[in-house]
Design a protein around this ligand. Structure first.
Ligand SMILES: [Zn+2]
Length: 460
């Protein structure tokens, strides 16, 4: 008890002129850690709705859930913003290999990459070629690739400490490898999953065909299967058998879900916090991005529960279709522009529900310095890293319009074990870590809504 008191006294004196803010942040932390609703909200989203790919009935249910959760949280106003989203269907899928002399057939766990075409449910068989990198692929003459299935055996780099940097390095194999293979006449692509996991979980995720290629099916396999395939390919030839029913079924009307507390002094100035409501069609979308949705709702709930009326409008947005189209983020950006809305900061939480470590800042130098001046206020909550500079996908259209953007930076070490896999379930989220993220977001939203964010000489 004594030790606790000493800690909070120290944190107050260390923050000097922000002493009142420090006390307010502690009440927010207490409210969320003791009475927070976000963990239970996540349980309902994950267990009663589950995964919710854009366009599916589950995504429609999630919209209803979000509307209700924001209302229960106490938002002054809750509304839906229409978004037309692509509706991609996975259907049944399988992947088998036949190796060298013994002709034995081996089936491996597989997930088609999102948005890909399938094989119309038929078996597509072709000789397999393995390359370890894009450079190696580029060195292959087109006649070698033509008619084959290309296996891109590129590993997620475990030596890169920030796994989001590793994702940037490895993610291009999911995004572009199918296009590269198709351009040289391949009939299918398999990638080693974009995964830090030492297991056999395949990771799905998005890709987009270039206009210049004939779409070919693309699949991902887990690291263990990829290791096996690598070993077998070194020993001799292999044939791959791909089978899937993946297809696009046009577009479906869906919605962003929005709730806000109207600002008391500058209601026209908006501080936005959001995550995305859609998920991939495996697992429960718990870390990606159920966590971000329930944390954004928690910001509204905590402010209301504490009777804090922010000076500026605080808006929580649950974006639709981040995973395979970004239509929600784009629709929101278009609407903000058409309505001439003034966003002074947009914050995204879409990096997992793990312990918060920092806040990334994608904004001008003067805004960055203002937020960094709050650093000591965040230290008691384990949030220290203000060096990163990305915002988030859903808020990127706002960023392009000049809105300062920020992102919650949780500990990144376990995220890419689970990302876009059947293992991203409610049980993989820790209630304290999830709540601490909500504390960080509530604190940031509060500080900016209270003190504004000066851009040059303009006080919004
Ligand atoms: Zn996400």
């Amino acid at each position: 008890m004594k030790k606790l008191l000493l800690c909070s006294l120290l944190s107050i004196s260390a923050t000097g002129s922000f002493a009142n803010d420090s006390l307010t942040l502690k009440t927010m932390s207490d409210e969320i850690m003791l009475r927070g609703a976000c963990y239970n909200n996540l349980r309902v989203l994950c267990k009663q709705i589950g995964h919710r790919l854009s366009g599916t009935p589950a995504a429609a249910k999630a919209v209803e859930w979000g509307q209700n959760a924001l209302t229960v949280a106490g938002a002054d106003k809750v509304w839906l913003q229409p978004v037309d989203v692509p509706y991609w269907i996975r259907g049944k899928e399988s992947l088998k290999f036949q190796f060298g002399k013994d002709k034995k057939i081996v089936e491996v766990p597989v997930l088609s990459i999102g948005n890909t075409v399938g094989t119309d449910g038929k078996i597509l068989s072709a000789p397999l070629i393995m390359v370890n990198s894009i450079d190696e692929f580029n060195a292959l003459p087109a006649e070698k690739v033509k008619g084959s299935i290309v296996f891109f055996n590129y590993r997620f780099r475990q030596d890169i400490i920030n796994t989001f940097d590793g994702y940037g390095d490895c993610g291009k194999y999911r995004w572009t490898a199918p296009n590269m293979a198709a351009a040289k006449g391949a009939v299918g692509t398999i990638i080693r999953s974009v995964s830090t996991g030492l297991d056999d979980a395949p990771h799905t995720g998005s890709m987009r065909y270039a206009d210049t290629v004939k779409p070919i099916p693309a699949m991902a396999i887990g690291n263990t299967s990829a290791d096996m395939l690598e070993k077998k390919m070194k020993e001799g030839n292999a044939t791959a058998f791909m089978q899937s029913e993946c297809r696009m079924e046009g577009t479906v009307r869906s919605y962003n879900v929005i709730g806000e507390i109207t600002g008391s002094e500058y209601p026209e100035s908006i501080v936005l916090v959001g995550g995305h409501l859609d998920s991939w069609d495996v697992g429960e979308g718990a870390h990606d991005d159920g966590a971000g949705c329930v944390q954004s709702i928690e910001v509204i709930r905590a402010l209301k529960a504490l009777g804090i009326r922010p000076k500026r409008t605080v808006r929580a947005v649950l974006f639709m279709n981040e995973e395979n189209g970004l239509k929600g983020g784009l629709a929101y950006g278009d609407s903000a522009k058409a309505r001439n809305e003034r966003h002074i900061l947009a914050i995204e939480t879409d990096a997992g529900g793990f312990s918060p470590r920092g806040i990334s800042l994608d904004m001008g130098e003067s805004e960055r310095e203002q937020i960094k001046a709050y650093r000591n206020l965040f230290l008691p909550y384990g949030v220290y890293d203000f060096t990163q500079e990305h915002g988030g996908a859903d808020i990127s259209p706002l960023r392009k319009q000049g809105v300062p953007a920020a992102g919650l930076v949780p500990d990144p070490q376990r995220y890419f074990d689970l990302h876009h896999t059947p293992n991203d379930v409610f049980e993989a989220v820790n209630h304290r870590e999830l709540k601490l993220g909500a504390v960080t977001l509530t604190a940031l939203v509060y500080l900016v809504s209270e003190h504004g964010l000066k851009s040059g000489n303009v006080q919004p």
